[in-house]
Write a protein that binds this ligand. Structure first.
Ligand code: G3I
Length: 401
């Protein structure tokens, strides 16, 4: 009898064709249930594999991409246990004018997350990029503390109790700006002084007592001098804030990787040890692999990208502090690296687990195997002790996907 492919075997099982055994993969006939289980296991989505080990997996998205493609929204809901707002909770998206808030995009994202039992991550309350054009003048002409704190309060309290976590402050460290404390020279620092960071966390904690609050940054897990100085400045900052009981619950490591800037597994592990020692869990928040310096050949490029995913996740997931992994998008079709504004190569970037046709790539396999290999850890509850709805573990097992 012709050997059955995995997909055909699954179809046959689901069709209830009455067969009690099937020839598969060069082996003797297998009981139907074993075949079904084997096929399901190979098909198991990333969120389910991650949830088994106490890790929440998901991806960033724009509401327009989830609403304009049913195929994408279906695959997103299958593969992810958490949805991250890529842009629609940033100041520029939320505040088209000084007097108005525009929540429609973020509300659509929250509705999608709730409809598919996904956790929802807010990104980001305070950043030096993607702020509205009216903001700098307003910070000068008005009470900057009131403007700053009212934005955070209004946004966070609107979604109170429905957020898994917030990136409260994003990328506040830039050592080359020359400050002793290593803080980045931003409109927030200029208007409010260094205390803007703790203000943001205190307001967010008061506005939503259940959301996990995250400090998020990039390029701290590398061995070069710039990354080393940045990591040390970050460690001094978070140690000082935690020493003052500022409610920071997790460190977000963005993990925008690229082959020409290899991360250092030992430094990553040391950083995770340091974070755990400070009582922080760690989120890998924006994982992707910029392939623009790799060979154009897709097979070679996909393999090299998969190898980087594998190496990074094996190192990160080996540590019990890592509680969440989010890729910065799920499909190459919607990667920021294919936005004309950010594009760095003459060809289409392939930085994510699924290709533009939503097919699983070697990167997907590498992530799946890394989750399967990872040691178990306690999932991170929110501040009320509630665990995020791990979609894959729950719905997949009950066959409701
Ligand atoms: O959609 C509009 C388009 O209609 C308009 O014509 C065009 C020109 O103005 O802009 C388009 O919106 C762009 C949007 O990406 C599209 O997704 C915005 O200008 C552009 O600013 C926005 O860039 C985002 C960037 O952050 C700035 O907010 C990227 O999508 C997003 O992936 C990127 O993500 C950041 C994280 O927030 C922080 N960590 C780094 C990461 C990558 O830069």
């Amino acid at each position: 009898m012709k050997l059955l492919t995995r997909r055909k075997a699954l179809a046959l099982c689901l069709s209830g064709a009455g067969a009690t055994s099937l020839p598969l993969g060069g082996c003797d006939a297998k009981p139907l249930r074993d075949v079904f289980d084997a096929v399901l296991e190979q098909e198991a989505p990333l969120c389910q594999r991650a949830a088994r080990k106490g890790v929440l997996y998901g991806a960033a998205a724009l509401s327009q991409h989830l609403s304009q493609s049913r195929a994408y929204s279906t695959v997103f809901a299958r593969e992810c246990g958490v949805l991250v707002s890529q842009n629609e909770l940033k100041w520029r998206a939320l505040r088209p004018s000084r007097e108005t808030y525009r929540f429609a995009g973020a509300d659509r994202l929250l509705s999608f997350a709730q409809a598919h039992r996904l956790a929802f991550r807010g990104h980001c309350l305070v950043w030096h990029i993607d702020n509205p054009v009216w903001l700098p003048e307003a910070l000068k002409s008005e009470n900057p503390v009131k403007l700053f704190e009212s934005h955070i309060w209004n946004v966070v309290s609107r979604y109170r109790g429905r957020m898994h976590s917030w990136d409260v402050v994003n990328e506040a460290i830039r050592v080359r700006d020359g400050r002793d404390d290593g803080l980045r020279e931003t409109i927030w620092l200029a208007s409010l002084g260094p205390s803007y960071i703790e203000r943001a966390f205190h307001i967010a904690a008061e506005a939503d007592p259940s959301a996990i609050l995250v400090y998020n940054d990039f390029d701290i897990e590398f061995a070069d001098r710039t990354a080393t100085r940045k990591r040390h400045a970050l460690q001094r900052l978070l140690e000082r804030l935690k020493g003052k009981d500022v409610p920071i619950h997790a460190l977000g490591i963005q993990a925008h990787l690229e082959p020409s800037y290899p991360f250092d597994s030992a430094i990553l592990t040391q950083t995770l040890d340091w974070a755990a020692g400070l009582g922080l869990r760690v989120f890998i928040t924006e994982l992707d692999v910029d392939d623009h310096r790799l060979p154009r050949n897709i097979k070679q490029r996909d393999k090299a990208v998969a190898d980087i995913y594998r190496t990074y996740l094996d190192a990160a997931l080996a540590h019990p502090a890592v509680a969440l992994v989010a890729t910065w998008g799920l499909s190459d079709k919607y990667s920021w690296l294919n936005d004309p504004y950010f594009r760095r190569a003459a060809w289409t970037a392939r930085p994510l687990p699924l290709d533009a046709y939503l097919h699983r790539k070697p990167a997907w396999q590498a992530m799946a195997q890394a989750f399967d290999r990872a040691p178990q850890r306690a999932p991170m509850p929110d501040r009320k002790g509630t665990l995020a709805p791990a979609l894959g573990a729950a719905q997949f097992a009950s066959g409701n996907t």
